[in-house]
Design a protein around this ligand. Structure first.
Ligand code: MG
Length: 338
């Protein structure tokens, strides 16, 4: 098999704000694996937060070029020996192999895995801003059946943000604090969120925070962890501090590990959420292929960008439905010259 990687830039439709950063453009890496005249593609969306970049992802792909062998169906033999770092790059390699296997067999990836085509409706994410602005964006959210509000403003206004949105949005609301609360703030806010009908709270405390177990015991709402849970190895330890985990392919290293994590979480009585980074339809298609394993889905990365260069996933009644075409079912759209 031949493997290549290239860097691509995705322009966001509007700046995306969370507690630790503002993003106007996302850089991703597209990996291509060619075998017997067929080509499979996968996307890496590296996160600075985890010490990864597009440059380090490309370097990883170049480093492992000689390791990938000649059998795209031998997923464990190809993926297991690769160094356990650069998880976004690993996810791109895993995605490209799944795309390739699907194309070689004529099956969409979700079917190759024996899964259902669609999962739960995706959340539409509203970035961190002042309460009125977040409510304005919530009122405009059409085509979605649930909202995820980014919180952690460190200005005492997080409850006001949720109240303002609740006034204009009757459907499900989830919130993501991105590690920006202390336990005192969490214990004050979460009961008020329960009154406002919030479904669950994502990563209220910093990853590994010693108050995690105490918060789980006292929280009237389910706590989901994201920054606390990367790969299968992390799942068991999350039982102490969370009611559920947020799986992202860019953290897990791809579909194969994500499926293991979902089953491990179930065995431990944890809820399963599927998230994403800002990524194109190529990365979202890989996530959408396993969405049916999850209780909650947040796969709106390709909807946050101005133009999706890899169309194929269809937002249908609020669900990100993967294509019925072979592989990941997306095709690169080369922009026409203007
Ligand atoms: Mg999160």
């Amino acid at each position: 098999m031949r493997i290549d990687a290239r860097i691509a830039r995705l322009q966001l439709a509007e700046p995306f704000v969370i507690a630790r950063e503002t993003t106007t453009e996302a850089e991703v890496v597209w990996v291509e694996i060619e075998h017997e005249g067929e080509r499979g593609f996968g996307e890496a969306a590296p996160s600075e937060h985890y010490g990864e970049s597009v440059e380090s992802a490309v370097a990883y792909v170049e480093e492992v070029t000689g390791w990938i062998g000649d059998d795209p169906f031998a997923l464990d033999d190809v993926l297991d020996p690769l160094p356990k770092r650069e998880y976004a790059a690993r996810a791109a390699i895993d995605g490209a192999l799944h795309d390739l296997c699907g194309k070689l067999t004529g099956l969409p990836v979700w079917r190759l895995l024996g899964l259902r085509q669609g999962g739960p409706p995706t959340s539409w994410t509203i970035g961190l801003s002042d309460p009125d602005e977040m409510a304005r964006k919530a009122a405009q959210a059409s085509g979605f059946r649930g909202l995820k509000l980014k919180l952690g403003g460190q200005d005492g206004l997080d409850v006001d943000r949720v109240s303002a949105v609740r006034r204009v949005w009757a459907g499900p609301i989830r919130v993501d604090v991105n590690e920006y609360w202390e336990i005192s703030e969490a214990l004050e806010a979460i009961p008020q969120f329960a009154e406002l009908g919030v479904e669950y709270v994502e990563q209220p405390l910093p990853a590994g925070h010693p108050d995690g177990a105490a918060l789980k015991k006292q929280s009237p709402l389910p706590v989901y962890v994201d920054e606390d849970c990367h790969t299968l190895r992390d799942v068991a330890a999350c039982v102490e501090r969370a009611h559920g985990i947020n799986i992202k392919l860019a953290k897990s290293g791809g579909i194969r590990e994500a499926v293991r994590m979902a089953h491990a979480a179930r065995a431990l009585g944890l809820g399963v959420m599927l998230g994403c980074m800002v990524e194109s339809g190529l990365g979202i298609a890989a996530g959408a292929s396993i969405a049916s394993l999850c209780d909650h889905v947040d796969l709106d990365g390709n909807l946050l960008i101005r133009e999706d260069p890899w169309p194929g996933v269809q937002l249908t009644c609020g669900v990100q439905v993967p294509s019925s075409s072979p592989g990941l079912g997306v095709r690169e759209e080369v922009p026409s010259p203007r």
